[in-house]
Design a protein around this ligand. Structure first.
Ligand SMILES: NC(=O)c1ccc[n+]([C@@H]2O[C@H](COP(=O)([O-])OP(=O)(O)OC[C@H]3O[C@@H](n4cnc5c(N)ncnc54)[C@H](OP(=O)(O)O)[C@@H]3O)[C@@H](O)[C@H]2O)c1
Length: 308
């Protein structure tokens, strides 16, 4: 198949181009002019900024893809400038997605596979939720509510694009492995090594992790499937913070995270991280197993988190 990967220099997009080519597909990598030097080896390189609609239309029609994969975000700048990362990523999710859909349709593509996140669901009281749990568009933190509204917008656009363009949304769990913030050189690791991530008492917030290799495998499975809808792409072991944070610190040979009263977590950690460590729900991957035929090769974060 002819496939276009948007976000082809990214932590998932870059290895995805190679994985799709290894499966016999003809792959075009969409990159921005300033990132050309970091482009992966691909059958063709097409150049455009996704926020420049005309340039994107031209680049995508040059590639003539049957399937378009959206792996674009600006989350890489998260630890340098979180507000900027969130604002730019929200714009990519709303405007960038709209431009990519217009370009995919104009080029005659028949399928669109897009990256989303598995940790945007509203708390239901259950420790693990499926894809039917509502997105937390009215979260109490205005920044997170805006992020989730952009996620909801992306998902609605992808699923409602047009009858000719079938859509699959992959809600990735918290990514770990090479190039991610949980990698030994990544920002999360640096915080834990510096002893800056304490464990709020109880540590009951649940995280669903996902190794980058599995994010790539799931994207390839979704490209080759006809299944439509929203899929949690997460490992098989949603983990309370009380389990994964001490394990991660130990794997990094970092100091053991000190325990703090849960009530002081928002003040010490910020709303988002406090929520993740005290109250967030994990995500069940059962639907992806059934409908995409995808299973994680790394079923548990216990094998690899903090080790590479
Ligand atoms: N589920 C999760 O936990 C989750 C989900 C997503 C990301 N993350 C974290 O966020 C970090 C980044 O991961 P990621 O794969 O989302 O992002 P990434 O590795 O930064 O890749 C994003 C891709 O989008 C491209 N892009 C950005 N703005 C663009 C624009 N205006 N037009 C066209 N392309 C554009 C980037 O290209 P350039 O190279 O030109 O910037 C890059 O190829 C990782 O540390 C990852 O762990 C986590």
């Amino acid at each position: 198949m002819r496939i276009l990967v948007a976000g082809a220099t990214g932590v998932v997009g870059h290895p995805l181009v190679g994985a799709l080519r290894a499966r016999g597909h003809q792959v075009s990598a969409l990159v921005r002019e300033e990132s050309r030097t970091r482009a992966p080896e691909a059958d063709t390189i097409v150049v455009a900024d996704a926020l420049d609609r005309e340039a994107l239309l031209a680049a995508v029609s040059e590639a003539r893809p049957e399937v378009v994969v959206h792996q674009m975000s600006a989350l890489r700048v998260m630890f340098d400038n979180p507000p900027d990362a969130f604002t730019r990523t929200a714009r990519l999710r709303t405007e960038g997605t709209a431009n990519l859909i217009a370009a995919a349709r104009a080029a005659g593509a028949r399928r669109l596979v897009a990256q989303s996140i598995s940790f945007a669901s509203a708390p239901t009281g259950d420790p693990v939720v499926d894809e039917d749990a509502p997105l937390w568009v009215d979260a109490p933190d205005p920044g997170w509510a805006a992020t989730v509204r952009a996620v909801a917008d992306l998902e609605a656009q992808v699923l409602g694009a047009s009858p000719e363009l079938s859509g699959a949304v992959l809600r990735y769990g918290s990514l770990y492995g090479p190039g991610t913030s949980y990698a030994r050189t990544g920002a999360s690791a640096q915080w834990v090594l510096a002893g800056k991530v304490p464990l709020p008492e109880g540590g009951t917030g649940v995280t669903s992790f996902l190794h980058v290799e599995d994010a790539v495998g799931a994207a390839a499975a979704a490209v080759e499937s006809e299944a439509t809808g929203v899929f949690h792409i997460t490992d098989d072991e949603p983990a309370p913070a009380a389990q994964w944070l001490p394990h991660y610190a130990q794997a990094l040979e970092a100091p053991e995270p000190p325990t703090i009263p849960a009530a002081s977590a928002p003040r010490l950690l910020g709303w988002f991280m406090a929520h993740q460590l005290t109250a967030a729900a994990g995500a069940s991957n059962a639907r992806a197993g059934k409908e995409l035929g995808w299973k994680p090769l790394r079923p548990s974060w216990r094998h690899g988190l903090g080790e590479e």
